[in-house]
Design a protein around this ligand. Sequence first.
Ligand SMILES: *Cc1c(COP(=O)(O)O)cnc(C)c1O
Length: 418
Amino acid sequence: MKTPFVTKEQMETVAAQYPTPFHIYDERGIRQNARRLRAAFSWNPGYREYFAVKATPTPAILRLLKEEGCGCDCSSLTELLMSERCGVTGEGIMFSSNETPAEEFLLADRLGAVINLDDITMVDFLERAIGRIPETICCRYNPGGVFTLGQSHEGFQVMDNPGQAKYGMTRPQIAEAFRRLAEKGAKRFGIHAFLASNTLSNEYYPILARTLFRLAVELKRETGIAVSFINLSGGIGIPYQPEQNENNIELIGQGVRQAFEEILVPAGMGDVALYTELGRYMLAPYGHLITRVTHEKHIYKEYIGVDACACNLMRPAMYGAYHHITVLGKEKAALDHVYDVVGALCENNDKFAIDRILPRIELGDLLAIHDTGAHGHAMGYNYNGKLRSAELLLKENGEVELIRRAETVEDYFATLVW
Ligand SMILES: *Cc1c(COP(=O)(O)O)cnc(C)c1O
């Protein structure tokens, strides 16, 4: 069962002021979740979550997470500038980019961000870009092959395919990068890897941690360099489907701790700080896209037309992703209809749901599309001249605050040359 964090009455009131569609975020849920995460890793004194800004690049969200102790994981110039304007600078920023323009390294360096090098060629590129190698530096590792959860009676459960991913350095390259960075003046090192996305398993982080902890011990032996921090990056998933189980963050923290005590502590590396760069886990469940039913169409299938479209939430069109839908005010009604819920784009993949079992929908109903807090508004675009929606924050005191206004036609026209 998925229950929305808003009611129909509440959203009708909000919609009278801020027309649909809009994204709305739940401050209480975001804060409680961030606190659970922090508690799960509190055994590691240097622990820090760097929120993956790309998931929800909105200042009110970054500031709220800053209050909960999070830094920012940035991957572009704009994200760096947004973090700076939210008061997150220095080691509060992790800059994990790839195919990075020189000017972005310059800005990251000026802000004092921790730079995470995606490739060994970036050692020379970074040195040319900023005129030196920073004292603190991180390298991204890619072990290749396929990432599995280990052997069960059903065989290996493949989680992802690092061997096909464009990111990170090979095993020989990361040792070589460490040596060259040390020669050029680096003093504090970290390693990073992102091997699977949207994982629904309490084993992902512990297995990734084992890989990185062993790597850290090997690198110390091979290069004499002991890392100061290890970044487990993103990848903890959320149950988009109502029948899926959510991850247990306490168990995940304990699994990582066990690996830490088995591998790093005996190697004399018990002072390593752990970092995470979660995006989806931090925000996705705490956002809804609220949209109004504007049309119905009865042809070869039953279609419900809404005022949002893939420009407001691209994941169903792009990945065939499931997003749960609640018809507000009909939470208890019988699920006795089958609909395709569609937006207005001139693209046949503009469907929020296909053959979805829902209560009977009427014109004017408000739908809450679930789990849109991450990679929702952030992936918005302007195809068909669609304008990006507003973003609202449902505060802990029940008030609703506008945190990004909706685009206007003037915004869309602003870059045009007439
Ligand atoms: C996207 C991304 C993240 C966040 O990933 P989630 O799956 O949202 O947790 C973290 N780190 C890097 C480098 C990323 O590109």
